[in-house]
Design a protein around this ligand. Structure first.
Ligand SMILES: [Zn+2]
Ligand SMILES: [Zn+2]
Length: 275
């Protein structure tokens, strides 16, 4: 059984529920470790159609304070609360990323690749529909090339949803993975993730999105095991009912490749948690 969720959001970004409500939802599931990973601030020009930047910027300090307070309150009870952040990886904005990640003392940092250049990859299905197959393939390639660059910065602890790029075109993505050169590119990215001391997230969010498949899919999961990557478990929850959602399935999925433990990062230390 999985007792830890390291990928949860709050109403300080575009999620529905508060820090306290998300925490309590995890407690109801028997979690001993609850990691908060609110979205990072983003520079202007990297925009979502449903933008929440203004609200996040206005309340981000409250997020930090509320999680820190909860952490202090829960420590004597033996429950670990972690302050994390899901940072938008933007390869042309590394100084900005260094600034936002250094602004607070985070227990861990997740890198989420939601943008290629300034284009949001997971927000507009119509963009993907308009792309011919070769264009889709070239975006998959770009996604794994930028993942490698992300890992090489050594800023982060975890790579989020490591095949999010399949979200609206899952069949084409699987066809692309059948090419040996595609798997070689994914292997290069995951090797960089491993060599940076990072873990790969296994996320139930994909099951709720149009791709209807865990992030990552079976082929990439198998490759990650071969490469010896540590894993974390993630719901990417944006509401209380999503905290720890689908975790029985994630546990079976990870165990099918031989993993017996996930890892938890806390300010430079790595803890192994059996599941
Ligand atoms: Zn979100
Ligand atoms: Zn997330």
């Amino acid at each position: 059984m999985i007792h830890v969720d390291l990928h949860t959001h709050t109403n300080h970004s575009h999620a529905r529920d508060s820090v306290r409500q998300m925490f309590e939802a995890g407690q109801a599931k028997g979690f001993t470790i609850h990691g908060f990973s609110e979205h990072s601030p983003r520079p202007l020009g990297y925009d979502y159609p449903h933008e929440y930047r203004e609200h996040l910027d206005a309340t981000f300090e409250d997020y930090i304070r509320e999680v820190e307070e909860l952490k202090k309150e829960q420590a004597p009870k033996g429950v670990t609360v972690l302050l994390g952040m899901e940072v938008d990886w933007l390869e042309d904005e590394i100084p900005y990323i260094r600034k936002v990640t250094a602004a607070h003392e985070y227990d861990y940092l997740i890198a989420g690749i939601h943008f290629l250049g300034t284009w949001p990859t997971d927000a507009v299905p119509a963009d993907w529909e308009a792309f011919p197959q070769e264009e889709r393939y070239s975006r998959y390639e770009r996604y794994y090339r930028t993942m490698k660059r992300m890992a090489e910065t050594r800023i982060f602890n975890i790579v989020a949803h490591p095949d999010l790029i399949k979200i609206f075109t899952v069949d084409d993505f699987h066809a692309w993975l059948e090419r040996p050169e595609s798997m070689a590119l994914v292997a290069e990215a995951l090797t960089a993730v491993r060599d940076a001391g990072m873990a790969m997230e296994i996320s139930s969010a994909g099951l709720r999105r149009p791709c209807r498949e865990i992030y990552p899919g079976p082929k990439i999961l198998h490759l990650a095991r071969e490469l010896g990557l540590p894993i974390t478990f993630a719901s990417d929850s944006h509401a209380t009912e999503q905290v720890g959602w689908g975790f029985e399935e994630l546990a079976r999925y990870a165990a099918s490749e031989g993993w017996k433990e996930s890892v938890v990062f806390c300010r430079g230390t790595v803890q192994r948690v059996p599941f």
